[in-house]
Write a protein that binds this ligand. Sequence first.
Ligand code: PRE
Ligand code: MN
Length: 359
Amino acid sequence: MSENELEQLRRRIDELNEQILDVISERASLVQKIGEIKKQNGAPPYDPIRERAILDRIVEKNQGPFNTETLQHLFKEIFKASLNLQEDDRRKGLLVSRKRKLEDTIIDINGETIGDGKQRLIAGPCAVESYEQTRSVAEQVKKHGVKFLRGGAFKPRTSPYDFQGLGVEGLKILRQVGDEFQLSVISEIMSANDLDAAEQYIDIIQIGARNMQNFELLKAVGSSNKPVLLKRGLSATIDEYMKAAEYVFTSGNENIILCERGIRTFEKATRNTLDISAVPILKQETHLPVFVDVTHATGRRDLLIPTARAALAIGADGVMVEVHPDPSVALSDSAQQMDFQQFDAFIDAIKPYGLYTQA
Ligand code: PRE
Ligand code: MN
């Protein structure tokens, strides 16, 4: 008997659901028409005064059993869905997203391409310490057919007492060595004041993890014609990361390389936790090339090969690593940089996994 009653009630609910669907669909069509009129008049889609008036009317008419808050919440959801119908494509997706551009962004750097499906390496010392040190690393990088040399000149260090980098002098060394070995060079800047020098001496400007949400710096490099490698922030979500890239993009610079470099978690076995699934997510959600910095993600030399293999296997456009002639006396990141022998072994170990090098 009561089973029967339940069935009956559910049948009535099904009928009402269909009526609700008809009614909200009709409402949605009207909203679209209103949207067209607003667009013609140059009026914004969101109209808080109109929404307030509707909510007041609903509250006045309400006889229960839903309370005021619940009804307001339900109607706010309807307004939100309605606004989505009215807003044009520009508001629907970020410019860096696949929704706005289907094809991969391919960046040309001195005739070398990034993001074209070939998986490349960026290698070099954590910091430019001297001409001789940088030159000896470049020689190894060149030997392996790698085309991109990294080296920090402005170092973001946790302690102000740690080596801060050689500054503009470091950029000059990098340029000199890059020219000597026909390598494109990449280095980080931390201030818009250093943009002029960066543009003069380097090929790719890096924005480090700690500056991922330094919006003024993002806008500044967004106005540059040099490609930007934007590292993911220490605790940045993928959404925050994409919005940071959007700052660079909307400021006029579309040549952006993303770089997953590990995020902060409770885990202490590695310096950071490599968020490897961020790579395919970023590849799906954006049209930008995605690199993985395995050195900073792990902070451990013994994990560079397996994590680099994982990065290549999961579809990264490239990997970044640190190499130093004598890591134990490096002025920064001495625990994680590879010496030349380790670098040789590293290259041999990841080449079969797809690493692209040139003779
Ligand atoms: C509508 C949608 C969004 C506005 O913020 C206000 C109201 C609604 O769904 O009722 C429709 C609409 O665009 C409007 O009346 O101007
Ligand atoms: Mn480093």
